[in-house]
Ligand binder design. Structure first.
Ligand code: AGP
Length: 617
């Protein structure tokens, strides 16, 4: 998705803005641009292509301005081009705007503005915003305000009132050269507080090197950012105070720490991520505790159905959540893809608990699905990796994975942390409801506590996976098979391969193969089987043997003793409770996809067409 950055202070804005955009590259983009206030005018430098290309634009080094805004664009309206890049200005070059999100009613707004004498240089939805600001600054009740700062803010508010859709907006003008006006709805925006300078960005890592003190802007909240002060206003432009959040992440945590790629760093951070996520939530011999949610036995006893709702990898974590909730809490549990859930009129009410999983906490479909559930009276619980993210401010309850910033587009440590956190939540509920024996829960707690060291064992022996990757990286098709939670994690393994190696792959419930997909198996096709559930070993082996007899090349990921001699490769991983075995069995598949992508010379951290956070529908 698009990324936005802003700076106001005593330094030249240009290098701060471009550095901020470089930190946002992981979000995926096709164009970049900046605008600074130079004396009494706005200077815009923008083009299609990479952020660093901005330094090649003529005149970029002449920019002295200390107030500026910047943008990386992920095209939604209009192809990648210089004209469609942000920042956009109004026809009189009085206002410059950058925007992350989608203006759904931009066509009618363009029509309205055209009828009022405005014309458009781009195909974007965004270009209506600076022209609307100009329109309200020069027409109607706002235009007669004496105080130009109030007039600028009033014009931005009037313009935003006309917008339908999602937005995080920054606006500057030489009329008010000492401030940046920002506002957001459904797209993220944070303000970093410095000393005689302030920073704005789509997310925390972009400006983390400058400050650890942040204001997390809420939906429909305005801020007027000057270098020594940040003022906050609600949707009626009534001023209010806002608390600062001190964010513990250090700048290195958002860097690569010596790894070649963010993805490899984050795969290797998983032991720590799991330890941090378990944190103080339980100790052996003690009950689980979630101080951040006040869910009572009375409420939980009234719940007759649970939904996990998410997208992509987070949805895969929800699939494992179903097994955990039903086995431990005996509550019927469904798992929905958010973009399906929100349009299928789900049957939910006050007896439904809807759990939303989102690493970024900014996924548009997941947020919309959460709002739908609330409108039906259901309680909503968000699981996110980003403190203060939009979804956590929308949900009734929020709990956090503590995986640290996940920069690579392909989610790894967030997935394993999500599964671990859902396991702890399920145990917490089961302890409240009394639906599982103490010994069963204590055993699962012990298994969870042992996970980080077991992950470290797998990470200490990656040569076998790397060698297998070298044998198969030219393949065009691959299949992942499993039963139960092994099927859930097969889906995740398949997505990892698809999204970073661009190799087509599919995951099937192993027992489903003979109902059609086995027709695709022919000599030399690669099949990866996951076998970790002792109750399903024989059945899973016989499924794998069905593909071997048809010429498939097989890699088995297992923690069971299985007859050798049939399979090309058997990768043994440590044993654990089948309900949380995906946390271990996913590691070899993460590494397999990573090495295949590297052998293919692809951009592992920023795969084509993808964005880290899908903040548009
Ligand atoms: C996973 O590797 C992908 N990057 C993608 O499927 C991602 O999990 C999905 O977009 C959901 O993102 P979220 O967890 O931030 O909501």
């Amino acid at each position: 998705m698009c990324g936005i950055v802003g700076y106001i202070g005593n330094k030249k804005a240009t290098p701060v803005l471009i550095d901020g955009l470089l930190c946002l590259e992981y979000r995926g983009y096709d164009s970049a641009g900046i605008a600074t206030i130079e004396n009494d005018s706005i200077k815009v430098m923008k083009d299609k292509g990479r952020v660093n290309n901005l330094y090649n634009l003529e005149g970029i080094n002449d920019l002295e301005g200390t107030v500026g805004i910047a943008h990386t664009r992920w095209a939604t309206h209009g192809k990648p081009s210089k004209e469609n890049s942000h920042p956009h200005m109004d026809n009189s070059n009085t206002f410059a705007v950058v925007h992350n999100g989608i203006i759904e009613n931009y066509s009618e707004l363009r029509e309205f503005l055209s009828k009022n004498g405005y014309n458009f240089l781009s195909q974007t939805d965004t270009e209506v915003i600076p022209n609307l600001i100009h329109y309200y600054y020069t027409n109607g009740p706002v235009s007669i305000l004496e105080n130009i700062n109030e007039r600028f803010l009033g014009a931005v508010k009037s313009a935003v009132n006309d917008l339908k859709g999602s937005y995080a907006i920054e606006a500057i003008s030489p009329i008010c050269p000492n401030e940046i006006i920002v506002v957001r709805k459904d797209s993220p925006l944070v303000i970093g507080k410095g000393k005689s300078e302030n920073f704005i960005a789509s997310d925390i890592p972009a400006i983390l090197t400058h400050t650890k003190d942040f204001y997390l802007l809420d939906d429909n909240e305005f801020a007027v950012v000057s270098k020594n002060k940040v003022r906050f206003f609600d949707n009626s432009l009534i001023e209010h105070n806002k608390a600062i959040k001190n964010i513990e992440w250090d700048a290195n945590a958002a860097g690569k720490d010596g790894y070649e790629d963010y993805m490899l760093k984050e795969i290797n951070e998983q032991p720590t991520a799991i330890r941090e996520t378990i944190g103080s939530r339980f100790k052996l011999g003690e009950k689980c505790s979630f101080h951040d949610i006040d869910i009572t036995k009375e409420y939980l006893s009234s719940v007759n159905r649970i939904f996990f709702v998410a997208c992509g990898t987070a949805w895969h974590a929800g699939l494992v959540g179903k097994a955990l909730m039903e086995n431990l809490c005996k509550i019927p549990t469904e798992v929905d893809i958010a973009s399906e859930f929100r349009y299928r009129n789900p049957i939910i009410d006050e007896h439904t608990l809807c759990i939303y999983i989102s690493q970024s906490g900014e996924t548009a479909d997941t947020i919309a699905a959460l709002k739908l559930a609330k409108s039906h009276g259901a309680k909503t619980l968000a699981i996110s990796n980003v403190i203060g993210s939009s979804i956590t401010r929308e949900a009734d309850y929020s709990i956090y994975t503590h995986a640290g910033p996940e920069i690579a587009v392909a989610s790894t440590k967030a997935y394993t942390s999500q599964v671990a956190l859902v396991a702890i939540l399920a145990m917490y509920f089961a302890e409240i409801l009394g639906t599982s024996s103490e010994s069963e829960i204590e055993k699962l707690k012990s298994d969870l506590i042992d996970l980080p060291s077991k992950i470290e064992q797998i990470l200490a022996n990656t040569d076998e996976i790397k060698n297998f990757a070298k044998k198969i990286y030219t393949e065009k098709d691959m299949f992942f098979l499993g039963r139960g939670t092994d099927y859930n994690v097969a889906l995740e393994g398949s997505l990892k391969l698809k999204e970073i190696s661009y190799i087509h792959s599919e995951a099937y419930a192993a027992g489903e193969l003979k109902h059609g997909p086995i027709a695709l198996i022919e000599n030399g096709v690669t099949v990866i089987g996951i076998i970790t559930n002792p109750d399903l070993v024989e059945k899973s082996i016989s499924n794998i043997q069905e593909v071997i007899t048809r010429g498939a090349k097989t890699l088995i990921i297992t923690n069971q003793i299985i007859p050798n001699g049939h399979f090309d490769y058997v990768l043994t991983i440590p044993e654990t409770n089948p309900l949380i075995s995906p946390i271990l069995s996913v590691i070899p598949m993460q590494l397999l996809s990573y090495y295949i992508s590297k052998f293919k010379g692809l951009d592992v951290d920023k795969p084509r067409n993808l964005a880290k956070s899908v903040t548009v529908e």
